[in-house]
Design a protein around this ligand. Structure first.
Ligand code: SF4
Length: 481
């Protein structure tokens, strides 16, 4: 998962990109980059590096990025080895310069990469699927010019690329293009604002990065929709290709920040509904459970834990405190780093925990590493009983669309019953949300639930090659095969 942001028609694009990316930092903490263009002079400015937004984009760097249009990216790697060559946005000089950044995953990336290599006309410099996307887009765009060429290039992308992707493209001297995959798996919203009689447009992975900067009329791009905001303030929206809508359900549960609204449904309210529904399920199925207090695993599951406590009529407490100087463990690209990070991430409050029957609420259980460690921490801190609640149903199948669980063997629920997982994480009781409850909380059945049901919205024809490649890259990083 990554965060993307783009602006068109502002005086200082870099400043808005910076604020946008800071508000999308939770979507990727690994690397960051920006490309801007001054459409009056045609000059293009670029910066990208490994690190957090505030580390890479220093005041000096941001001030050096001139221009009135720009795109930016915060990275969470799901392909590649996580080195500098893979940091987005990617940029090519043809015809006048095109930059591209995207959020998602290209399922047929190994195949497309091979095709481009065999063709011999392009020299790929990285292990990133963004580079391949840029080649496809720019080659098609270079055949024409202006608005029609933009939409033709987007169409070409849909023809060639299989996967979940939201994309922002900077076309030097021309404007900003933004588009979503035909199923709308990855999110993308746009907003507009008027300043000194001038209209500007911005695109973002999440609404919060727009609202905080005064953008209004915020709407989600529809699945398969493309928008082109040219440098004269003109905007053109078209549905280029459609398929069954399938926005990622995991966004509402885990990835998006609670301040955002996705597909018109506030993330905060959805998480509260999940908590309430779980409490109703607990009262119905396990009325005998004696719960002294409910606590969240900070921060994602806080609204759900709060609503669950209210509905059960038991106290809500903060018994686990997050070490704010350690990143989100799930975002860490490899298990070895993840395990070490979990040990640093949470600190127990003994006075809250000791002697109590604790119901601890987490957003999800992917590999089980974090859950096991949390149960252990609570027991070491004197908990009498630990009931573990997951607001996302059991993840039984890989995600090929931009969340980094691409291999079945790393999923704890892939081959285990709930009772077996309960035992493995050491909980006295393990309670999962179910798929129906998740749909009710989000308020629609038109979502991607492939990792829960194995019903993938796209073909899975090329997933084997993708999984193999991911395995190879992880082995390269960890030194393990
Ligand atoms: S497979 Fe799961 S995590 Fe991946 S896009 Fe679909 S719902 Fe989201």
């Amino acid at each position: 998962m990554c965060g993307i942001f783009a602006v068109s028609g502002v005086d200082e694009a870099a400043a808005e990109l910076y604020l946008g990316l800071i508000n999308l930092q939770h979507r990727g903490q690994d690397a960051v980059g920006m490309v801007t263009c001054d459409t009056k002079t045609g000059e293009v400015f670029r910066v990208k590096d490994i690190g957090l937004v505030s580390d890479v984009l220093t005041e000096e760097k941001v001030s050096s990025l001139k221009g009135n249009i720009g795109i930016g990216h915060t990275r969470y790697p799901t392909v590649g080895v996580g080195d500098r060559r893979e940091v987005q946005p990617f940029f090519v000089k043809r015809p006048d310069g095109i930059g591209l950044a995207f959020n998602g995953n290209v399922v047929n990336y190994p195949l497309l990469k091979e095709k481009l290599r065999a063709d011999g006309r392009v020299y790929l410099t990285s292990n990133s699927d963004a580079e391949v996307m840029l080649e496809i887009f720019s080659e098609e765009y270079a055949k024409g010019s202006g608005t029609e060429a933009v939409f033709k290039a987007v169409r070409k992308m849909h023809e060639e690329v299989i996967g979940g992707y939201s994309v922002v493209v900077l076309i030097a001297n021309q404007g900003i293009a933004a588009f979503r995959d035909p199923n709308g798996i990855r999110p993308l919203v746009m907003g507009e604002k008027q300043l000194n009689g001038k209209k500007s447009y911005a695109f973002s992975s999440e609404s919060i990065a727009l609202t905080i900067q005064g953008y209004n009329s915020i709407t989600d791009l529809k699945p398969g929709e493309a928008v082109f905001a040219d440098n004269k303030g003109k905007i053109e929206r078209r549905i280029v290709e459609t398929s069954k809508p399938a926005p990622c359900s995991f966004e509402w549960v885990y990835f998006a920040t609670v301040e955002s609204v996705m597909e018109g449904k506030p993330v905060y309210e959805t998480r509260k509904k999940l908590g309430k529904a779980l409490a109703e399920k607990i009262k119905r199925k396990w009325p005998e459970l004696k719960v002294d207090l409910v606590m969240p695993v900070p921060d994602t599951s806080r609204p759900a834990a709060n609503a669950l406590a209210q509905e059960l009529g038991v106290p809500y407490e903060e018994g686990l405190i997050k070490n704010r100087y350690v990143g989100r463990t799930f975002i860490m690209p490899v298990q070895k780093i993840r395990e070490n990070a979990v040990k640093l991430k949470l600190k127990p409050v003994e006075s809250v925990i000791k002697g109590k029957n604790i119901m601890v609420v987490d957003d999800s259980i992917v590999r089980g590493t974090t859950s096991r460690r949390i149960v252990q921490l609570l027991r070491e801190s004197g908990a009498k009983k630990v009931y573990f609640v997951s607001t996302f149903p059991p993840i039984i199948s890989p995600c090929y669309y931009g969340i980094d669980f691409q291999r079945t063997e790393e999923l704890i629920a892939a081959d285990k019953t709930i009772e077996q997982i309960e035992k493995e994480i050491g909980a006295d009781k393990l309670i999962y949300m179910d798929v129906e409850g998740l749909e009710n909380a989000i308020g629609t059945k038109e979502v991607c639930e492939a990792c829960l049901t194995k019903n993938y919205p796209t073909t899975t024809k090329h997933t084997k090659e993708l999984t193999e490649l991911r395995r190879k890259h992880i082995a390269q990083v960890t030194g393990k095969c």
